[in-house]
Design a protein around this ligand. Structure first.
Ligand code: F6R
Length: 615
């Protein structure tokens, strides 16, 4: 997965493209490059490293003038991250320049064919194969760039979002998509291209999101022609008005996006249930559920498919749906589900959870479920994303853009949407009384202010982070609704601080992990008052007698755990099924502060990318 940006219009392209790449670095950041065209010369600079490295190099290497430009920030798939494999890539003649996000699966056979025809390759990338394939078609068919792109893409197997221009056509960029996102911003006599709308939000609020198997020919000062890649049919452009604003995608005074996003959770959760949770009327309104109520009520079971943090949100949902709505739930890693011939019928409801809406494995799992006639419901954050469009119905989380690679507000808003769904279905099925239902709504409404209160533990969490930052291993334990929170806490620590951590159901500890415990092992135990509190307290005793260091996440006013633990972090009291929305907060803060103290790149941890659009 990679980020792509482009501009064609009357302004200098460079400042727009470089800033756009910085905003898209969450999609990949192992190398970056830009090509600018001033009508006479193409100027291209690329490098291994981050966009800031590119900026330093480019400004001393080439002149930055030109009103046409394309740029790329890479997360390597074919070929190691190095200068040569970075995009953009030239065709052999030097006339065509391309940027590409995705994977050309049949690149090897295409490459061999092109080598036979005399083409040579500098890089190991599938992208350089594609640009030469386009050049080959253009030459052989004596056709224009747009047509050549179309013919070439019909020979390609895989996924792509591309932007390509031709030295002989200074007023044109051709773009296309299949399986990787591509948005076109429409300004006054100018056009912007990007993997999402963030690079052009300050210039225009009007955008077209290309559908899969569509391409567009974008001409300076003219309109856009969109065609189907397969059959050449013209498509009427659907122009959307964007809801995003600039403030939402900048750091707003915080040191890192991750911290900003942790602190945004009270508002993000409020936005998630705004207009949906109507406690005065004792109602939940979720159009996607309402319109498909029959399907939900007839479902034999719900299958959740997701990856990473979204999978953890799915595990919380399993507990909530089964407890409230009495619907059996299975939670599947999308990457396993898609390849293991699962039993799926038309009586199954599949819920796909994804922040980005672009995760390749989750998308493939959705396609598989649809091919077996299951009804697929999406819980996504990014509006207009591939998963949002591929599912039969859905509910957005409305968390706003999440830029930090480690997911925070996406997790809590996913749980919020899933809780609303479970409550609505419980009411429809009669598995919850009207007074209980009302009580849950009232309690859910208090969650934003309780998250606010939980955030006040920040200074104390920093003290704890300082004590344990040099530990080499952590254990996270929780039970019931908070077992998935333990998994999520461990994942957060691993991915941004590179400290090994494991999450476990607290009672499983004695079946193995207890052997790890000694005076050097910090163990984070979620021990809130409701649920299996006494049982967890017994687990804490077991740790204590083996000299483990205990960091308890407890309900405000707790005494028993306080007496046993080395440290306790309090969260406000709430009903049991809502506790994950609060207990997760100190765990996010703990991983954040440890990573900062260890001087790690919190927003862009090594080897990771924000949306995993490759399997
Ligand atoms: C962890 C994290 C990842 C994502 C996973 C799925 O902090 O962010 O584990 O949760 O890659 O991504 P989405 O939700 O975009 O499908």
């Amino acid at each position: 997965m990679c980020g792509i940006v482009g501009y064609i219009g009357h302004r200098e392209a460079y400042p727009i493209v470089i800033k756009g790449l910085q905003r898209l670095e969450y999609r990949g950041y192992d190398s970056a490059g830009i090509a600018l065209y001033d009508g006479n010369n193409i100027k291209l600079s690329k490098t291994k490293g981050k966009v800031s490295d590119l900026k330093d190099r480019l400004e001393s290497e080439i002149s930055t003038d030109g009103t046409l430009g394309i740029g790329h920030t890479r997360w390597a798939t074919h070929g190691v991250p190095n200068d040569v494999n970075s995009h953009p890539h030239y065709s052999n003649s030097g006339d065509l320049v391309i940027i590409h996000n995705g994977i050309i699966e049949n690149y090897d056979s295409l490459r061999k064919e092109l080598i036979k025809r005399g083409y040579t390759f500098k890089s190991d990338t599938d992208t350089e194969v594609l640009v030469n394939l386009i050049e080959d078609v253009k030459k052989n068919e004596k056709t224009k760039l747009g047509k050549a792109v179309q013919i070439a893409l019909n020979q390609v197997v895989g996924a792509y979002a591309i932007a390509v221009f031709d030295k002989n056509k200074p007023n044109e960029i051709v773009v296309a998509r299949l399986g990787s996102p591509l948005a076109i911003g429409i300004g006054d006599d100018e056009f912007f291209i990007a993997s999402d709308a963030s690079p052009f939000i300050e210039y225009t609020k009007n955008a077209i999101y290309l559908e899969d198997e569509e391409m567009a020919i974008i001409r300076r000062g003219k309109d856009i022609k969109i065609r189907k890649i397969k059959n050449d049919a013209l498509v009427d452009p659907y122009i959307q008005e964007l809801q995003l604003n600039l403030e939402q995608i900048e750091k707003g005074g915080y040191d890192h996006f991750m911290l900003k996003e942790i602190y945004e959770q009270p508002d993000a959760i409020l936005d998630t249930f705004r207009g949906r949770l109507l406690s005065n009327e004792a109602m939940i309104k979720l159009a996607g559920v309402e319109d498909n109520m029959k399907k939900f009520l007839a479902a034999d079971r719900i299958i959740v498919v997701a990856c990473g943090t979204s999978w953890h949100a799915g595990l919380v949902a399993e507990y909530i749906f089964e407890d409230l709505a009495r619907i059996p739930v299975e939670v599947e890693y999308a990457s396993e589900f898609r390849y293991r011939n699962p039993v799926i019928t038309e009586k199954d409801v599949v819920i796909a959870i994804s922040q980005s809406g672009e995760t390749a494995d989750t998308l493939a799992a959705i396609k598989l479920a649809k091919s077996k006639d299951a009804f697929v419901f999406g819980v996504c954050n990014v509006v207009g994303s591939s998963i949002a469009r591929e599912t039969d119905a859905g509910a957005y989380t409305h968390a706003g853009p999440e830029i930090g690679v480690a997911s925070t507000k996406a997790f809590t808003t996913q749980i919020t949407v899933l809780t609303l769904m479970a409550l609505r279905l419980a009411r429809a099925k009669g598995t919850i009384s009207s007074s209980e239902f009302r009580h849950h709504l009232i309690e859910l409404e208090t969650i934003p202010s309780k998250v606010e209160e939980a955030l006040k533990s920040d200074t104390y969490v920093q003290t704890i982070a300082d004590i344990y930052k040099d530990a080499t291993n952590f254990l996270y334990l929780g039970r019931g609704f908070n077992f998935p929170v333990a998994l999520e806490g461990a994942l957060k620590l691993k991915e941004i601080s590179y400290i090994h951590a494991e999450g476990y159901p607290a009672a499983e500890m004695k079946h193995g992990p207890i052997a790890l415990i000694d005076e050097n092992m910090p163990i984070v135990v979620i021990a809130t008052k409701k649920g299996h509190y006494e049982k967890v307290v017994s687990n804490i005793q077991e740790i204590k007698s083996r000299k483990g260091k205990i960091i308890g996440i407890v309900t405000k006013g707790d005494k028993s755990v306080k007496d046993l633990a080395d440290h306790v972090i309090e969260v406000p009291e709430t009903i049991e099924c809502l506790t994950p929305l609060l207990t997760t907060i100190p765990l996010q803060l703990l991983s954040y502060h440890i990573a900062v103290m260890l001087e790690k790149n919190v927003d862009q941890p090594r080897n990771l990318a924000k949306s995993v659009t490759v399997e």
